[in-house]
Design a protein around this ligand. Structure first.
Ligand SMILES: [Fe+2]
Ligand SMILES: [Fe+2]
Ligand SMILES: [Fe+2]
Length: 392
């Protein structure tokens, strides 16, 4: 019997894009959001089918995912773009996305987003929208005539762009375009009412693979101290779940939750994640907020309750002293209790910025037992950790 799960792929991509957005002069660049907005308007003019329109929207949000931070800044400055090898980040983005299940079509669109001769019309639309967005960012072209005068000479003799240019000229005929482009809140509202969500149905196996690649490509890459953390937690939690005899289905759910448990870290600044000491006050709250954001993120994806509960309870304790919701032994499922043990164990076995050494298996167990003695975590699951679960 195969169990299918439904989840909201658009929300996943939107949040990933938001977490990658670059802070410029103290505020988000919103480049990807604006590019995606321009793409959608063009696609309506060109009468695209629903599926193509959604794919274009999603690829617009992730098109620069392959760029490193310094590069991203240069990409946003029209005059400095020549200093960047534009193909490089497009190919890197493709390489990242093609490995993620369900992202194959998006990957292909991203691959060619700086290739004006691409056969892929959707890539050429992103190419165009990206250039327009960066141009608009540099100059204040908030008026159809001046914008048209600027864009027309750039594209009028390029047959590969003639339909796109015609569609765009229609798009900018009304003031609403300019008003919305200068107010991201309005773009977000437009997306809510105009961009259909992509709800996909996957079996537990495929979702597990998706979670694994999201962990590897996004979550664990966020900090050099966590390069294998999510996979380690998933591996440890799965080993414990098997050891205590849970069903295959429950084991899979726990492993999947392990891959996703720190997804909220995407919204915590690197300076906090890598702070080499004890955090306090507001900084400590921001660090702790990652698990609340895991909850919020997975909730928006409309995932299974089990996965959300297990993933977002990994800092909760049996005595109610954990965070973010202060749940206690009556609220915490077996899966959640296992994941908490697996998370602490894996963190102890790794090097961290706030301590010089990692712990051996035995030393880690001693710390865990100490916590069990204080009534915080479940002793049975500590005993179930195989000594060779992580190859460290
Ligand atoms: Fe790009
Ligand atoms: Fe965590
Ligand atoms: Fe963790």
């Amino acid at each position: 019997m195969v169990f299918y799960k439904k989840f909201n792929l658009s929300r996943l991509v939107e949040n990933l894009s938001k977490s990658l957005d670059l802070i410029l002069n103290g505020s988000p660049s919103n480049h990807a959001l604006r590019v995606s907005f321009i793409c959608i308007l063009i696609s309506y003019q060109m009468n695209f089918k629903l599926n193509e329109r959604i794919n274009l929207y999603l690829a617009g949000l992730l098109h620069d995912i392959g760029a490193v931070e310094r590069e991203t800044q240069l990409l946003l400055e029209y005059d400095k773009r020549d200093c960047v090898d534009l193909q490089r980040h497009a190919i890197v983005g493709y390489e990242i996305l093609k490995k993620i299940p369900l992202f194959e079509e998006i990957a292909l669109i991203v691959k060619d987003h700086h290739n004006p001769a691409s056969n892929n019309l959707l890539s050429r639309i992103i190419y165009f929208a990206d250039e327009v967005e960066v141009l608009l960012r540099r100059e204040n072209l908030f008026e159809p005539k001046t914008l048209k005068a600027k864009i027309y000479p750039l594209y009028k003799n390029r047959p590969m762009f003639s339909d796109i240019l015609d569609a765009f000229v229609e798009v900018i005929r009304n003031d609403a375009f300019f008003i919305m482009l200068s107010n991201v809140e309005e773009i977000k509202k437009y997306f809510v009412s105009h961009v259909e969500e992509k709800i996909v149905s996957v079996d537990a196996e495929l979702f597990n693979r998706l979670a694994k690649s999201i962990a590897e490509s996004f979550i664990d890459k966020k900090s050099k101290f966590t390069l294998t953390h999510s996979s380690d937690v998933a591996k440890t939690a799965l080993a414990i779940a098997r050891q205590v005899g849970l069903s295959n289905k429950d084991c899979k759910t726990i492993e999947t939750a392990g891959f996703l448990h720190d997804i909220g870290k995407l919204f915590v600044p690197k300076s906090i994640l890598e702070y080499p000491g004890k955090l306090s006050g507001n900084d400590w709250l921001r660090m702790k907020s990652h698990v609340y954001y895991t909850y919020s993120f997975l909730n928006q994806m409309e995932l299974d309750e089990d996965i959300i509960h297990i993933a977002s309870s990994h800092h909760e304790y049996l005595d109610g002293s954990g965070y973010p919701f202060g749940l206690n032994r009556n609220d915490l499922s077996t899966g959640a209790q296992i994941l908490t043990v697996a998370d602490i164990y894996s963190a102890l076995r790794q090097k961290r910025p706030y301590r010089s050494n990692s712990f051996s298996h035995q030393e880690a167990l001693e710390v865990l037992i100490g916590m069990a003695n204080k009534g915080k975590i479940n002793r049975d699951f500590i005993k179930a950790i195989p000594s060779d679960v992580l190859d460290i």
